[in-house]
Design a protein around this ligand. Sequence first.
Ligand code: SAH
Ligand code: SF4
Ligand code: F3S
Length: 466
Amino acid sequence: MTMKEKFVSCEEMGKQLAFAEKVRELTEGKNFKAHIITLGCQQNEADSERISGALNSLGYTITDDDMSADLIIINTCAIREHAERRALSFIGRYKHNKAKNPDMVLGVCGCMMAQEHRMKQVITFPYVDFAFGTGSMHRLPEFVYTALTKGKRKFIKDPDKMQICEDIPVLRKSGYKAWVSIMYGCNNFCTYCIVPYVRGRERSRLPKDIISEVRELVESGYKDITLLGQNVNSYGKDIEGKPTVADLINEISKIEGEFWLHLMTSHPKDATSEMIDAIASSKCCANCFHLPLQSGSDAILKRMNRHYDIERYLSIVNELKAKNPHITLTTDIIVGFPGETEEDFKKTLDVVEKVRYDSIYTFIYSPRKGTPAAEMEDQIPEEIQKERFNRLVDLQNSISKDFNDAMVGKTVKVLVDGKSKNNEKVYMSRTENNRIVHFESEKDYTGQFINVHITRGDTFALYGEI
Ligand code: SAH
Ligand code: SF4
Ligand code: F3S
């Protein structure tokens, strides 16, 4: 792909701007509201913020109240069966809204809609006006215009070559926490995973676009910035000059201001010393790192097509810890992958004990249509998957509890998230490694850094005083 072909063309954007103009004529003075439901990962959260921005520029205000919305968009996820079931149940729920208000517009988008069999299914729901995959978001003005003018329902398959669009406005949910996608798509084809099929091949944004976005965020007071990609370690391989994620970290670290920089996610096979050095020397990189393990067994990692073994994985962990003595680690683990024996599973427990992660995200393997693992023999029965899942969660809970106990008596810097849902006087905040800290306060410090003295800890949270 040439550099020009990487981006949605000016002609296409011109067409969309014309649709946007026509939509604004229809929405003018009507006080139309839009509601967006987001399922799935941070990548989808970031996409929803662009959908919000786009809808806002079409004359919609964004509302949390789905019942009063004139337009509802469901941004779906396909990573596990559970996510797809949730999306279908949301879609079903709005059948009734549409029955009450036939002018309401319902659109479905995201990873689930990039699969042909799901698109075919959604077409059969007559109350859905349009659906599109992750590569067609820039066409939202066209889809909304068609729905508002009662045109033909649109169900759009993503283009074979997915492109980047820099021209969609972003409306962020938070005033102090921001997602910044640095690349889209994935080339890795882990045998269990649907992402490469629904998000297309890796494509990196240009460093100048990323750096200026981050600079603007810091200048307008953002305190927590996460650089997003399915595999941020392979950032830049597809663009001129081959900039790396380390180059991005180094450039961002020169930006003046107090903020945390997080990375999400890193693939161990592409983790470089250059990146670890950049993290170590950066003034803003948060002292935590997410390094997905998936399994502690070399045999299973091979069947997962992960391209690393445990020796290599642990050497990255050691390098991270040696160069950043206070770093904490988190990870993703799948239990019950096809062919996983009790021995394989015990090796996963071993790695968890050895690395002592701050926290882990544990998933029961869910077969995804069209992926190689779904066709593998030796699928693991659900009872065994659940039993292993529980053992892993118990082990991690005891490790997390130890970590939280060790925090008692210390003073930590936190970023305040706002009032706790259950108690008016209590505020919720997070440390740089995402530990939850509750504290009481008369004053509202939401969106600010403060220091909290930790007085108590349990498995899931810490409690302290300002
Ligand atoms: N790109 C990221 C992961 C994105 S998906 C990475 O490579 O780390 C987030 C996590 O979901 C994965 O790390 C994996 O642990 C889990 N996952 C992906 N596909 C899955 C499946 N079919 N069943 C269960 N868990 C899955
Ligand atoms: Fe999925 Fe693997 Fe790509 Fe992560 S690296 S998104 S797990 S295929
Ligand atoms: Fe994310 Fe789900 Fe898509 S995890 S990339 S929203 S399949």
